[in-house]
Design a protein around this ligand. Structure first.
Ligand SMILES: Nc1ncnc2c1ncn2[C@@H]1O[C@H](COP(=O)(O)OP(=O)(O)OP(=O)(O)O)[C@@H](O)[C@H]1O
Ligand SMILES: [Mg+2]
Length: 241
C-alpha cells in the first residue's frame, strides 16, 4: 500500500555549505496528505526542493516508492512519480491551456486532458486561452494540471493558494479535496493559510529554523488554535520583520 510513499530520515540539507534543514524525519504514505507550516524563511520551500533534488544533501536518507532516491538527479525523481508545483507556477504563457497540459504528459495510466478538465472545470472552459490570458487562480490550476499530466504518485505544492481571491481559493480547494479522495496520490503542500491547509491535509508538520517542531494529525492543531499560533509565530532569528 505504501509503495508510492515518501520517507525522510535524518535529512540535513541546504545550499552549498549552508545548512537550512536539520535532522528532518517524516513519513507520508500513498493516499496520505501532509501540510507543511511555519513562518517565513524557516525552510519550507527548501524541504520540497530537497525532496526534488534541488539542494545539497548533507546527511540523511530520502526514500520514495520503496527505494533510496537521495542520489538521483531531479528529472529521475520526477520520472519515478514525484510531481512538483513550484511557487512560481511554471506554465508556458504563449501556449494554450490544452497545449500546456499536452506537453507535460508522460506515459501513465491515471491522467488525461479530460480527467484534468473534470477536476478543474474552469480549465476546460479556457482550454483555448493562452497561459498569459488566465487569472491567477486559473494559472495555479493549470500548474497543478501540468504536474498531474506527469502521472505522479506524490504531488508537492508550494503555497498553491497564495495571492488568490477567496472564491478562487474555494474552487481550488474543491479540486484538491477531490484529488485527495479520488486520486491514487500522496499530497504535500506548503501553506500560509494554516487553517485551510490543516482542514485539507490529514497530517501536518510545523518547521522552525529548519527543524520540525510539531508533527502529528492536523486535527490536533485545528482544535488548539493557541498552540497553532504559538508554533507558527515563534520568535524569529532577529533582524527580520
Ligand atoms: N537558493 C538559495 N540559496 C541560498 N540560500 C537560500 C536559497 N533559497 C533559500 N535560502 C535560504 O534558506 C532559508 C530557508 O528559505 P526557504 O525559502 O526554504 O523558506 P520558506 O519557509 O519557504 O520561506 P517563505 O515562507 O518565505 O517562502 C532562508 O534563510 C533563505 O534565505
Ligand atoms: Mg517558501
Amino acid at each position: 500500500m505504501s509503495s508510492g510513499g515518501l520517507e525522510l530520515a535524518g535529512v540535513s540539507a541546504g545550499y552549498g555549505e549552508t545548512l537550512v534543514l536539520e535532522a528532518i524525519g517524516l513519513a507520508l504514505p500513498t493516499g496520505g496528505s501532509l501540510a507543511v507550516l511555519g513562518r517565513n524563511g524557516v525552510g519550507k520551500t527548501t524541504l520540497l526542493a530537497t525532496i526534488m533534488g534541488h539542494t545539497r544533501l548533507h546527511a540523511g536518507s530520502i526514500r520514495f516508492a520503496g527505494r533510496e532516491i537521495a542520489d538521483l538527479p531531479p528529472f529521475r525523481r520526477a520520472r519515478l512519480g514525484i510531481g512538483f508545483v513550484p511557487q512560481e507556477r511554471e506554465i508556458f504563457p504563449s501556449l494554450s491551456v490544452a497545449e500546456n497540459l499536452a506537453v507535460a504528459a508522460r506515459p501513465g495510466r491515471q491522467w488525461s486532458l479530460d480527467r484534468v478538465y473534470d477536476f478543474f472545470p474552469s480549465l476546460a472552459e479556457r482550454r483555448h486561452h493562452r497561459g498569459n490570458q488566465l487569472s491567477g487562480g486559473e494559472q495555479q490550476m493549470l500548474a497543478i494540471g501540468r504536474a498531474l499530466m506527469g502521472n505522479p504518485t506524490l504531488l508537492l505544492m508550494d503555497e498553491p493558494l497564495e495571492g488568490l481571491a477567496p472564491v478562487i481559493v474555494d474552487a481550488l480547494l474543491a479540486g484538491l479535496e477531490r484529488l485527495k479522495r479520488e486520486a491514487d496520490l500522496a499530497l504535500m503542500l506548503i501553506e500560509q493559510h494554516a487553517r485551510l491547509a490543516l482542514e485539507l491535509a490529514q497530517q501536518a508538520i510545523v518547521l522552525d529554523r529548519g527543524m520540525i517542531v510539531f508533527a502529528g494529525p492536523s486535527r490536533d492543531l485545528l482544535v488548539a488554535p493557541d498552540r497553532l499560533a504559538a508554533l507558527i509565530s515563534v520568535s524569529g532569528r532577529g533582524g527580520g520583520s
